[in-house]
Ligand binder design. Structure first.
Ligand code: HEC
Ligand code: HEC
Length: 347
């Protein structure tokens, strides 16, 4: 009997190990794959938000007076309601013109090697400096300087750039905005899943993640931002405008280079907070995330998704929604900068 019992408990022990192995292994596999192909977005240390250069950048970003018509701030087209992007398909600039493409979110954007839909700005500072003569409507970038003087920015530039005798320059304007945008990172449940808490994702979200990796979304949308790294043709298996019903056609990088090989090349969008940044694509032509997902599968991968697959993918993409950074708000509204200290301890 003893012998039997031993065998039984051995069997049971083996069974238990086997059983545990069964239930954990696929999940571990999935996490490992996701860690390798995608990856975790790191938090910004809270003390960084109080650096003079970051606070200066926040003011510059939200100050409507620093534009040619005195009415447009960066935040006019990169709103809180749209999680740093714009709810409108196109936005109106300080000259009264419509933008050529849809306004993208600034959250997490500084981690990309090239900015804008065709990655033609090499850094956030480059983007900000060129905005002065673009969206902000100035004739020359230097035209912002008298406005900075008039509105009392001298001291703040000196604090932010203590080594410089004459810090009021377009270059420093751009560096301060860059430093501010660096703090606009939005870690999400997906990062907890990869990190300390594998139970964060629901079964549906895990199915969506698995599909995202298996059918090839992640071949383009890779890295911690799930995209943002390179340019790809939009519309590989079908002209994109047939699927999106776009009113205007934009040919991507071709518009500026006129090289046939650049036709319809766009930067692979990052997908962080994607559930919050409708409308979708470079022309804001699609309102629903589920439609954007189906269109991607069709025109990029030649795959028709069924309803369940689409819902799983959308559920996974929702796990990329973080929280709006505490310093993404108008510092000129009374008290909001002063309140930063207490609120930042919240996660
Ligand atoms: C009139 C609306 C408007 C204003 C004002 C505006 N932007 Fe934008 N922004 C856009 C549009 C549209 C794009 C996409 C441009 C493109 O690729 O064609 C964009 C792109 C960006 C990007 C690139 C994001 C990415 O993922 O690559 C950043 C960063 C950015 N803007 C920051 C700023 C800053 C800083 C200011 C103020 C100096 C500013 N924007 C003012 C409309 C605007
Ligand atoms: C061959 C590369 C490639 C593949 C594969 C691919 N995408 Fe994309 N994706 C892109 C590009 C490029 C864009 C930008 C298109 C544009 O110009 O608007 C984009 C845009 C998106 C957008 C809209 C982003 C925004 O900010 O509006 C979503 C959502 C998206 N992709 C999800 C997916 C999903 C889900 C899959 C898998 C079913 C997938 N993609 C497969 C290249 C790809």
């Amino acid at each position: 009997m003893k012998f039997h019992n031993l065998n039984l408990s051995l069997l049971m022990a083996c069974g238990l190990i086997f059983f545990q192995g069964q239930s954990q292994l696929p999940d571990e596999d999935l996490r490992e794959r996701a860690k390798t192909v995608l990856g975790k977005l790191e938090k910004v240390p809270m003390e960084r938000l109080r650096k003079p250069i970051v606070e200066l950048g926040q003011r510059l970003f939200w100050d409507r007076r620093l534009s040619a018509n005195g009415k447009i701030a960066c935040a006019s087209c990169h709103t809180v309601e749209a999680w740093g992007a714009d709810r409108e398909r196109y936005s109106v600039d300080a000259r009264g013109n419509q933008t050529k493409r849809h306004s993208q979110t600034v959250f997490n954007s500084t981690l990309q090697p090239g900015l804008r839909w065709v990655a033609d700005r090499k850094s956030a500072a480059d983007q900000a400096e060129k905005s002065l003569t673009g969206s902000m409507g100035f004739e020359r970038a230097e035209d912002v300087i008298p406005l900075l003087v008039e509105h009392g920015y001298g001291g703040k530039f000196s604090l932010a750039f203590p080594q410089e005798a004459a810090p009021l320059t377009p270059k420093n304007y751009a560096l301060a905005i860059d430093a501010y945008e660096e703090t606009l990172k939005t870690p999400a449940p997906f990062d907890h899943y990869l990190g300390e808490d594998p139970a964060t994702l629901s079964d549906q979200q895990k199915r969506g993640l698995q599909l995202f990796l298996d059918i090839g979304c992640a071949d383009c949308h890779s890295g911690p931002l799930l995209g943002g790294n390179d340019l790809q043709t939009f519309g590989i298996y079908q002209d994109y405008w047939l699927a999106t019903s776009s009113e205007q056609r934009n040919a991507g990088l071709f518009e500026s280079t006129n090289e046939e090989s650049d036709r319809n090349l766009f930067r692979v969008s990052m997908l962080r907070n994607i559930a919050k940044t409708a409308p979708y694509f470079h022309d804001g032509s699609v309102n629903e995330l589920s439609d954007a997902v189906r269109i991607m599968a069709k025109v990029q991968l030649d795959k028709e998704l069924d309803d369940a697959q689409t819902a799983d993918l959308v559920a996974f993409l929702e796990s990329l929604t973080g929280v709006i950074p505490v310093n993404y708000r108008d510092p000129f509204e009374s008290g909001s900068l002063e309140n930063l200290n207490t609120e930042q301890t919240k996660d």
